[in-house]
Design a protein around this ligand. Sequence first.
Ligand code: ZN
Length: 371
Amino acid sequence: MFAFLLAVPALAADDESEKAAVMPPQAMHVIHISVDGLRADAVTRRSPEDLPNLYRLRNEGAFTDNARTDFYRSNTLPNHTSQLTGRAVLGPNGHGWTKNSDPEPGETLHSHHGEYVASVFDVVHDNGLSTALYTTKSKFVLFDQSYDGVNGAPDLVRADNGRDKIDRFHYDSDTETVVDAFVRDVEREQYDYAFVHLRDPDSAGHRFNWNMRSGSSYLSSIERVDRLVGQILETVTSTPGLAGNTVIILTSDHGGGGSFHNHGDPAHIENYTIPFYVWGFGIAPSELYALNGETRLHPGMSRPDYEAAGQPVRNGDAANLALAHLGLPAVPGSTLNAAFDLRAFRADDIPSPSIAEETREAPDTATASAR
Ligand SMILES: [Zn+2]
């Protein structure tokens, strides 16, 4: 059943959904960056001179400063699980992972949920493409454990690439070390989908609070993150194989400061308001709500639940947004952006079908030789 689900793109029959399911221009690589504890206004209260690289993503890309975390939880591991699986934390379709500490050895998303929870890694890997996860918190071993050679689902899509869905898992608590490793590695091997987690704003926030005053540790940590994002941008634009065909998605698991030295209250605006930036190949410079008037509703200061008629842009949209740009089907079992209806491109900008097909085949070849 898994294979059938994967093989069918997320298309629906009625006019409205068909319009929404127009595929974006085909990118070869997606780099999905999550900046832990990044408040959207920690960027907008600063200037482009302070944060040149985050502003570059905003100015050249499609962005919003008013995306939402998961409705139920505004903490790290549950929200990253949403970002990687395209599911809410709770509810009938939720992934169900509410713990925010290191998992027990052998504990997986599936053992906890009672059935397999597929992720963006499943779809990319099973289609013969390469994946990586670079993280600065040890609890992300949850994903390595869940999608390793034992606990990952059998690959039933085309060639069998084995059960291990994450080709490279790299953890170090030091953010600069992780980004150095990432840029060094991608110069050698251009992963088709890579996830990079940067912890610094969250760490500064817990220690010194989400202090928005000039010179605070929290704001300094974002300048450091900006430099690291700049390192990744520089690598993308200067590395043959990545330049001109890569999409970067940058968002956060939660903001912070709505709770004392914390972000645990999911009903507090400072915790649930996060940025969502999309930059790179085929991306239209735009504000995401302006571009997605038919499928997303700017939430103002509110916190819509999953039943609300107008849904906000959520960090959990990222998994399927990445897959849409890679020309792959949605994550099986996902509900957030499962119809690929969050657009970061203009339909007029889509290349002709022949060009799209050519680029579609390229990642397979590249991956085969890289293995
Ligand atoms: Zn935290």
